[in-house]
Design a protein around this ligand. Structure first.
Ligand code: ZN
Length: 283
């Protein structure tokens, strides 16, 4: 089986199946204690995890549901995000097309589970569906050609944004406007992409109450995954379990005329091909 990695009650899990129907296998017990139960520690031994996942059978494990999953990346040492990384989104926001990656930070305290409620603040909270890179072997000055070898896998994320806070000053500041409590759901699991030929061109969608609002292929990114990892690692050392949001496409609520912001009771579904679905309710 190719490796999919999740967390249940803070313990590391192999995932067998897809979002529609999946089972989990406890990593530490299945490996007879040779692999860690601690989720974040697993990113340092990703190659061993991958080797063990290959020995699992389709019938292994116990049935599980989205609601039982914790965030698969609960404590990244660094949580980066790329702003305006899709041309159509830069245009809808009235922003120039970046010529170098526009980076900001999301803070760890904003992390949410793949089915967690999102507590809205004010009346201008917005959705942004994103592909999230999770680092395996870290490093510095990683070349674009080597970048995928430093990536554990990818997961789906929501970069929930309080637009009023984001645009409250000149120039706008992104980090706080995107770091309110619960504003960073990720999951349902981290999918290893080392043998996935379409890993640079995956469909990514966001629906609100079943209506598709965002729909793109990830090869529409201005700076692609190897470029982002190479660029960042030339500035900051990357560590196992670091996570990088890679930007959103057009169709966010703020880009509509008039804007359509999130309302209490809305169900946000973020779907990333090759990974799965996360579902978050606004409260
Ligand atoms: Zn974003």
């Amino acid at each position: 089986m190719s490796l999919k990695f999740a967390s249940v009650q803070g313990r590391s899990q192999f995932v067998i199946g897809s979002s529609a129907d999946f089972r989990v296998v406890d990593v530490e017990r299945s490996s007879k204690g040779t692999l860690p139960s601690d989720v974040m520690s697993c990113y340092s031994v990703w190659q061993s995890l991958r080797a063990h996942a290959a020995t699992l059978a389709p019938t292994d494990g116990v049935a599980c549901s989205l609601e039982q999953l914790d965030c698969p990346v609960p404590r990244p040492r660094q949580l980066f995000a790329v702003g305006l990384n899709y041309k159509k989104h830069a245009e809808e926001m009235g922003s120039p097309i970046p010529t170098t990656p526009l980076m900001f930070a999301k803070f760890q305290s904003s992390i949410n589970t793949p089915s967690g409620d999102v507590q809205l603040v004010g009346t201008t909270c917005d959705y942004e569906s994103e592909l999230v890179i999770v680092i395996g072997a870290g490093g510095t000055n990683i070349s674009q050609a080597d970048a995928w070898q430093h990536i554990a896998g990818i997961t789906a994320g929501q970069d929930i944004s309080d637009r009023t806070l984001q645009y409250s000053g000149i120039p706008p500041q992104f980090s706080l406007g995107k770091s309110r409590t619960g504003f960073t759901p990720m999951g349902p699991w981290v999918a290893d992409m080392h043998d996935n030929a379409s890993r640079d061109n995956l469909r990514l969608t966001c629906s609100i109450n079943g209506q598709i609002r965002q729909d793109t292929k990830t090869n529409d990114m201005i700076f692609d995954i190897p470029e982002i990892v190479s660029y960042l690692s030339g500035i900051c050392q990357l560590f196992p379990g670091d996570a990088i949001f890679t930007g959103t496409t057009s169709g966010v609520g703020h880009g509509h005329k008039p804007p359509i912001y999130l309302q209490r009771g809305d169900i946000i579904e973020t779907t990333l091909e090759g990974v799965g679905i996360i579902r978050n309710r606004c409260v």
